[in-house]
Design a protein around this ligand. Sequence first.
Ligand code: KG4
Ligand code: ZN
Length: 345
Amino acid sequence: MYDIASFKIKKDPVILGLESSCDETAAAVIRGRKLLSSEIISSATEQSKYGGVVPEIASRAHTEAVDEVVLRALKSANVTVNELDAVAVTYGAGLLGALLVGLSFAKSLAYSLNIPLVAVNHIRGHLAAAYLVDKNLKPPFVTLLASGGHTAILHTESYTEFSVLGGTCDDAAGEAFDKVARVLSLPYPGGVNVERLALGGENKIKLPQALVKNSDRMQFSYSGLKTAVINHCHNAEQKGEKFNPADVACSFQHAAVDPLVKKTVECAKKLGVSTVTAGGGVIANGYLRSALSEACKAANLKLVLPEKGFCTDNAAMIAAEGLIQYNACNFAQLNINAKAQIPLK
Ligand code: KG4
Ligand code: ZN
């Protein structure tokens, strides 16, 4: 019998993390807050033929990759399956068929080893990535979260609780990067290609900043910025004029990123919090990383920034959030289902 009430908490548990919410099949092993391994098998190259993620292709790719990626993670961590104390897995948000591959695998493993199954909210995983960077990091801190589905500034008050200080009222930052990539005919995945193109451009096109002015609450908005980029390109084409795509990419990047950086620092200062962290795919953006580092330095704030590969989807962050939930005895039953959507709060 699988009885979650019988599980005892261990100090520095060995946790296998599993992530399969989109096009990355990932597995990682941690011991306490020490990262032992992190492996990813991605179907992004196959997906790029279609200009985005095709859910059925993603699900099939996960099915083919999941055994292999777990074996690799255990091997590079030098850990045997019997040494695992818990399995942490993304149960949402994401593509249902894709999630189910990781979740079913994790359930079977937890059941066969009779160890806790920890169900992880993908977004909380992005937030937890910072705990592996700095072993001494502890709440409170302010986090800039920017991924393909979310853009928000959060106040992490304890290991398990956070409040939302502000967010986007329409598109997420990553979504805007992806849409602008399409307008500029750049291949999937969009964000990193916009960044590459921007390196050769200048911030000289006037675009609206991704911030709602005169709003009582702190709100970001990406749809106006995205439309301004589309209009700029189309107007030039209609007049038979050439536009410089690198300048468009660079100007967009500034308009998309600068308000996020500015507001994150302002929030930390206002709350009297001395540490800032960041997570989500957009945090892999080189311009954002240097702008945030400079702004935190100037404001005398400590910045805990996960390496680029731990900002985009990975399983180390899932294991890290798994550890938090494990320590809170938050174990899942084996009948837990995958969820396509989970609200941020
Ligand atoms: O966190 P993530 O890997 O997946 C989600 O949970 O959504 O974020 C993916 C998003 C995509 O929209 C992608 O274009 C964006 O992060 N992204 C970037 C960069 N790398 C990934 N955006 C800007 N610059 C990058 N280097
Ligand atoms: Zn993600």
